[in-house]
Design a protein around this ligand. Structure first.
Ligand SMILES: [Zn+2]
Length: 81
């Protein structure tokens, strides 16, 4: 292997910067998710005929329950209840 000495800690420093960057982005994403959840709760309180079910099988949305119908706003899933 080469005669050049590797600068100690460089790879570790790069990884730790990357980790700090990811942690920051995760915190931002968590805050955005909380904002959306709180907003959604507020909207649902005002719309008395709409409520939320569990996650749809497509995995892209929760199910919406409205007028005895449960449906997914992202895929074609829909059924009467
Ligand atoms: Zn769906």
């Amino acid at each position: 292997m080469g005669h050049r000495r590797r600068v100690p800690g460089t790879r570790r420093q790069r990884l730790s910067r990357r980790l700090a960057d990811l942690e920051g982005r995760l915190e931002d994403a968590e805050q955005q998710l909380e904002q959306v959840e709180n907003t959604l709760r507020g909207v649902l309180r005002e719309a008395n005929d709409v409520s939320l079910g569990g996650p749809c099988k497509c995995g892209e949305s929760l199910l919406i329950v409205r007028r005895r119908t449960i449906y997914c706003p992202r895929c074609r899933y829909r059924r009467a209840i």
